[in-house]
Design a protein around this ligand. Structure first.
Ligand SMILES: NC(=O)c1ccc[n+]([C@@H]2O[C@H](COP(=O)([O-])OP(=O)(O)OC[C@H]3O[C@@H](n4cnc5c(N)ncnc54)[C@H](OP(=O)(O)O)[C@@H]3O)[C@@H](O)[C@H]2O)c1
Length: 331
């Protein structure tokens, strides 16, 4: 394997930019190619982030023999097609969250990665954050006793534009896939797959979900209360509580660099903190590198089963809200 991990970035939007900046902080990573629907945009991105090759399509990135990993940073509606092409070209894939539009698409992608023996990971960077790893260890080790509840919200006031990827049904917009995926993934990280999902919410004029509230229940007497919104500034905090204490994650819980463990007996709270490298996308990139060097097809931090279980919760919630995407009809 090449001593440096050579990335090909697909799309030139918001997250592609932030990810490229974080990759620049890692000595053993480099971006060798970028692809856009517009060659001009790819060239501009390449100049700005010191990328060797710019392509006016996404497929050329996957076909570039110097690319080890394709990073898919397109709207949700495109994830399946671009990731599928890259896997078929034999390229490892880091695909933005939510992995796909629905669980059926996720199953298809995972089956293809298994068949082609190619690495695939959802870019659920929160799970690679060292503090979230510590959180999971503490909860699993009984630091708060038996877990009983997870509460989490993530939301912001997005400017309404029916053509924007956040609101357009044909781009699989909506609060669940964009922000709701984080609270759902956090609850899955700490409690596993739920027994049942109940969702309620409001819809945007385009018919996608605007604000969603979810109640999940789990074997072992645990519940989760989760919210995602594109139409309100939520606290963006989280907490996990158990029989013997609780842990508070401050705003914004998904990229936090600290949390506090409280005990009901009045003991002094304990704060756990780390200094994050860059914005925090560095950790998912390092995890991809570790997996590739170890010859893994999936990351134990964001396993295929985990991504699929999260998609199943999102499907259930979305179904209860009556939100359907064009991609749902194809599967
Ligand atoms: N991990 C995170 O923290 C994080 C944060 C934000 C978003 N995301 C995820 O990253 C993905 C992209 O989000 P983003 O915020 O980067 O979106 P964005 O700023 O709108 O960029 C998306 C890019 O996708 C490409 N694209 C392809 N087909 C498109 C279409 N029909 N309409 C618009 N753009 C299209 C465009 O690049 P070209 O024109 O160059 O082809 C565009 O710049 C989503 O899956 C989202 O959930 C993750």
């Amino acid at each position: 394997m090449h001593p440096r991990i050579r990335w090909g970035i697909v799309a030139t939007g918001n997250i592609a930019t932030v990810f490229a900046r974080d990759l620049a902080l890692l000595a053993d990573h480099e971006v060798v190619a970028v692809g856009s629907r517009s060659l001009e945009r790819a060239k501009t991105f390449a100049e700005k982030y010191d990328v060797r090759r710019a392509y006016g399509s996404y497929t050329e990135v996957a076909d570039d023999p110097d690319v080890d990993v394709v990073y898919v940073a397109t709207p949700h509606s495109d994830h399946l097609a671009t990731a599928r092409y890259a896997i078929q070209a034999g390229k490892a894939v880091l695909c933005e969250k939510a992995l796909t539009v629905n669980a059926a698409e996720a199953r298809e992608l995972i089956a293809l990665a298994r068949e082609k023996q190619v690495f695939l990971m959802e870019a659920m960077w929160m799970r690679c954050n060292p503090l979230h790893l510590r959180l999971r260890e503490l909860v699993a080790a009984g630091a708060i006793g038996e877990p009983r509840s997870v509460q989490a919200s993530l939301g912001f006031l997005a400017t309404y534009d029916p053509n924007d990827r956040l609101f357009a049904p044909e781009l699989a917009g909506g609060a669940l896939l964009d922000v709701g995926v984080y609270p759902v993934s956090l609850a899955h990280h700490l409690l596993g797959a739920p027994r049942s999902v109940r969702a309620t919410g409001t819809l945007a004029p385009t018919g996608v979900d605007a604000t969603v509230g979810m109640l999940l229940d789990y074997d072992g007497d645990a519940v989760a209360n989760l919210t995602g919104s594109l139409t309100g500034s939520l606290p963006n905090t989280a907490s996990v509580a158990g029989t013997d204490g609780w842990i508070d994650l401050p705003r914004s819980f998904h990229d936090t660099h600290q949390f506090t463990l409280h005990r009901p007996d009045g003991e002094d709270p304990e704060t756990y903190a780390v200094e994050l490298l860059g914005v925090g996308y560095t950790y998912e990139a390092m995890e991809v590198a570790r997996c590739l060097r170890d010859g893994l097809l999936e990351s134990p931090l964001v396993s295929w089963a985990d991504s699929l279980a999260v998609m199943e919760v999102l499907d259930a919630a979305r179904g209860q809200l009556g939100v359907r995407y064009p991609g749902d009809d194809a599967t």
